[in-house]
Design a protein around this ligand. Sequence first.
Ligand SMILES: O=C(O)CCC(=O)C(=O)O
Length: 259
Amino acid sequence: MHRLTQAEQEQYATDGFLLVSELIDSAAIAHYQDRFIELALGNAETPAAMKIMRDIMVVKGAIDPKSTLHGVNKMINFEEDPALYAYVLEAGLLDCVRDLIGDDIYSISTNVFNKPPDVDGRHPMHQDLRYFRIRPADKIIASWTALSPATRETGCLAVIPGSHKGKLHDHADPDWEYVNAGFYAIENADLNERQHVEMQPGDTLLFHPLLIHGSGRNTSQAFRRAISAHYAAADCESPVREWRIGKSVRAIGKAATCA
Ligand SMILES: O=C(O)CCC(=O)C(=O)O
């Protein structure tokens, strides 16, 4: 059990994010790390929907990665891999998510972010709502758990506190030489308002889909890696289609005690 206090829920409402230290235990973190490495190295069969994406600098031939893992940018859609999807179902994480968006929930996207040394690897300032058609935004939440130390040096997340109270901004390709696939930027995000969120393995950032956030370069020689999911409340709606049967959507349902 990991119920959030009233103060923590209010902090989330005010800032648009909440850092929960040591939410995921070290054995689980080691297990997710090992499974990611096994899949990324091609030592286990990948489910059909899962994609392992190479860093854009590798794709463009700008660098020759030291190893296969040094060339990976992210893994998406791990819903069909029970070993990794166990993260999405972590009991303590679900408690927190339910305290913030309601009891009856779905998972709507999954990622492992792998930021190797020696690539640009920055993630421009953006809002995750850019990627979703369902609403309301307040009933969607991201979880991002560090699998390795996320520091200023390794390229931790940076957030603009309170920015979730604004609108969904226009996003465009950032004016950078190397931009990974699907990374869009808000023009003129006020970088002076950025707050860096340093995290240790197991620490988890929960954040609102309108929160402006991004991450910096990894200037260390270690990997910065994180596992992440988005959740939505069952009563969200989409203007275009029945979202609950989407390919990467999975029903999680209500907490047993509330069913
Ligand atoms: O892991 C990162 O560097 C960025 C992740 C991010 O921006 C996101 O989860 O939306």
